[in-house]
Design a binder for this molecule. Structure first.
Ligand SMILES: O=C(O)CCC(=O)C(=O)O
Ligand SMILES: [Fe+2]
Length: 335
């Protein structure tokens, strides 16, 4: 079942391990995680919509994270996607090798990642990372995966567009401000699917490192096996979303664009136990060649520009070729 191919940069030699600032921190639960009802956001009822817009802005300011319900992604599409991911990682090694990719900007990359987070603390996960917009790159195996994924990624873009409209309105900007300024007709959308192997020795478990995402908003769903944690008020919060909710992260370029008003979310995966976690992660960002800097409308004497401009492409390249610990890349452009 375990995929065995690997990409060199995905292995971090012990000598290069970063001493994370996010280790040895309390892990807790929090029942005040914001929940946004998408049906109210797109509702024709102005009162409902304006309440949803207010809650959405508050979630991005205070958490950089929220659960989204009534989002309209059909349950059967999500379930098929999860099944296809499982089938994909069962493909024979020589089939998978075709999708391996060679460098971080390749539109199709898959492999395994073993994270060596200290003596005996190794986890294994299979991943496939695909650029799905403006051009749709996707493996042709297993049969049906590509077509279902096309629908799934399109639904995600539509949701993101509506969320961004709501966020713009909340900021006092024209609803299509971000869409126009960041040329979202050719938005940079990436689809990542990860399969976290069971970790039979829970005391040794770790997961993907603490990081914030590139892009504007990330939409995450999973197979119901928990593992994702968000960093909030100095603690790690376990996320246990109800099955009908998707998880949404505010990402670095939304923090840049809003000149720091919305905070990108630091999160990680901490997977333990005898179960396999599968996640579907879609990052949604500006058009690859767009220079991303604070919106002039959100800059004034008391809010000087907090970030230097960088293209989406360059930001992504840095993000993919660095060892991340929290907001590593955002800190590089912070003024
Ligand atoms: O696998 C997950 O649940 C989330 C992974 C993640 O944070 C990412 O791919 O950026
Ligand atoms: Fe992430």
């Amino acid at each position: 079942m375990a995929p065995t191919i690997a990409i060199a940069r995905e292995f971090t030699p012990e000598s290069e391990l970063i001493n994370s600032n996010y280790e040895h921190i309390e892990i807790t639960e929090d029942d005040t995680i914001p929940v946004i009802d998408f049906s109210l956001l797109i509702s024709g009822n102005p009162k409902e919509r304006s309440k949803a817009i207010k809650d959405l802005g508050k979630a991005c300011e205070e958490w950089g994270f929220f659960l989204l319900i009534n989002h309209g992604i059909p349950e059967n599409v999500k379930n098929s996607m999860l099944e296809y991911v499982e089938q994909f990682f069962k493909l024979p090694e020589e089939e998978m090798r075709k999708f391996q990719g060679k460098n971080v900007m390749d539109p199709v990359r898959c492999g395994t990642r073993s994270l060596n987070n200290g003596p005996g603390r190794t986890i294994s996960r299979g991943y496939i990372k695909l650029i799905v917009h403006p051009e749709f790159h996707f493996p042709d195996k297993p049969a049906g995966y590509r077509d279902t994924a096309f629908e799934y990624c399109k639904s995600v873009r539509e949701i993101v567009e509506e969320l961004l409209k709501g966020l713009c309105e909340g900021l006092g900007l024209e609803p299509n401000y971000i869409s126009k300024a960041m040329d979202l007709d050719s938005s940079f959308q990436r689809f990542v699917s990860q399969l976290y192997m069971p970790c039979p020795k829970p005391e040794l478990a770790s997961g993907s490192p603490a990081h914030s995402d590139h892009g504007l908003l990330t939409i995450v769903t999973d197979n119901g096996i928990p593992g994702l944690q968000t960093f909030h008020n100095g603690k790690w919060i376990n996320l246990r979303p109800p099955p009908n909710a998707v998880m949404v992260n505010t990402c670095d370029q939304l923090e840049i664009l809003t000149n720091g008003k919305f905070k990108s979310n630091v999160h990680r995966v901490f997977h333990t136990g005898n179960t396999t976690r599968i996640s579907l992660v879609s990052t949604n960002g500006p058009s690859p060649d767009k220079l991303v800097s604070p919106a002039p409308e959100l800059v004034d004497e008391s809010h000087p520009p907090a970030f230097a401009a960088l293209t989406m492409r360059e930001y992504y390249e840095r993000h993919q070729s660095s060892s991340l610990d929290g907001k590593t890349i955002l800190d590089q452009v912070r003024i």
